[in-house]
Design a protein around this ligand. Structure first.
Ligand code: AHG
Ligand code: MN
Ligand code: MN
Length: 336
């Protein structure tokens, strides 16, 4: 049962039975993510102090080397998940290859893999704009007891057992799904606890926001150009409002609450788009569908794509069902 304001810890315990394989392992995994998120949140909040503590790549007044926040976030999530021996492997946007986690007895006994974008929207850090972390969790397909394999990470998004994001915004929120709806927890920084502030999140029936980097307009496919013109047309409930932060997590979060579509299509210089299927699109697509929305590459469902490589990119259209379907309509009519 969902009780507003309950803590994330209570929520995980109460809802553990909903997981397909309720061994408690997945609960412990999500517990580790919430811990790492708190540590990263603390660091993100200090980002404006870089002039005092030393900028990335420099040494601060205490003589410590300063790291770029995306490297820091990557290390913190990897450390937390490795130390607690919860997963058998991690793939991150920040690492060329996946990491194998053997376990203390070298037994490779853990069943889950995590894929993540440790700091999404990192170019916004310098200007005090919201950034996020995205994570995606699968059950391994290779046998337990053996080292994790590439095939454990290259599963289609429809095999995710959980996915979520943290948005380090005006408040810090952790939003996740295990396939039973989407719930959002807000961090109380004074107590270090997450509280269920947004139970059962759903896209509103109608959306009126479109989010796209319109600076790339001339490089977009014809279907996208026409869809943008449709969004801007004065007809029925249009023109829609344009909102683009440049952090997928923040743009998605706003659109899920207020109703809207986010898209990052192919461009002439990026023929597969910019966003990564495994670290960004699949987790967001899972959350979107669980919140009554839709996610597509312009033609097909994101979650049904069979990945071929870890850092694969894909065009991405995600948000209110109706809006994504309308965009798909324009794409179908104008294939290139
Ligand atoms: P990251 O910071 O993890 O590299 O991701 C940035 C992504 C995404 O968050 C955002 O929506 C998009 O890149 C913005 O790209 P443009 O600056 O090209 O619009
Ligand atoms: Mn990203
Ligand atoms: Mn990133």
């Amino acid at each position: 049962m969902i009780k507003k304001n309950q803590t994330l810890g209570e929520f995980i315990i109460e809802n553990q039975a909903e997981f397909a394989y309720s061994s408690g392992e997945l609960s412990r995994l999500i517990n580790s993510i919430r811990l790492a998120a708190k540590v990263v949140n603390h660091e993100v909040n200090k980002a404006g102090l870089v002039d005092i503590t030393g900028a990335a790549g420099e040494t601060n007044v205490q003589g410590e080397d300063q790291q770029k926040l995306d490297v820091y976030a990557n290390e913190k999530f990897i450390q937390t998940l490795t130390n607690r021996e919860i997963v058998c492997g991690i793939a991150s946007e920040e690492n060329d290859d996946f990491i194998t986690i053997a376990g203390s007895n070298n037994d490779h006994k853990n069943k889950y893999v995590v894929l993540m974008d440790p700091l999404d929207g990192s170019s916004n850090i310098d200007v005090n704009v919201s950034v996020g972390t995205i994570f995606s969790i699968y059950r391994r397909v290779s046998p337990v007891g053996t080292p994790v394999q590439l095939e454990d990470f290259l599963q289609p998004g429809n095999k995710q057992v959980a996915a979520g994001y943290v948005v380090y915004g005006t408040s810090t929120m952790l939003v996740y799904t295990t396939g039973h709806g989407v719930n959002g927890f807000t961090l109380n920084p004074a107590l270090g606890s997450w509280y269920l502030s947004h139970p059962n999140m759903k896209f509103p029936e109608k959306g009126c926001i479109y989010s796209v980097n319109e600076g790339n307009y001339v490089h977009f496919p014809l279907g996208v150009k026409k869809y943008i013109k449709y969004c801007q047309e004065e007809k029925e409930d249009r023109p829609y409002t344009s909102r683009y932060i440049g952090s997928l997590v923040s743009d998605f979060h706003r659109n899920m609450i207020k109703g809207g579509i986010y898209f990052y299509p192919t461009t002439s210089s990026a023929p597969n788009g910019k966003l990564r299927l495994l670290y960004e699109c699949n987790p967001m697509a899972f959350i979107a569908e669980q919140a009554g929305g839709k996610a597509s590459n312009g033609f097909d469902r994101i979650l049904d794509i069979d990945p071929t490589e870890l850092h694969q990119r894909v065009p991405f259209f995600c948000g209110n069902r109706e809006m994504v379907e309308k965009a798909e309509e324009f794409m179908a009519k104008n294939p290139e």
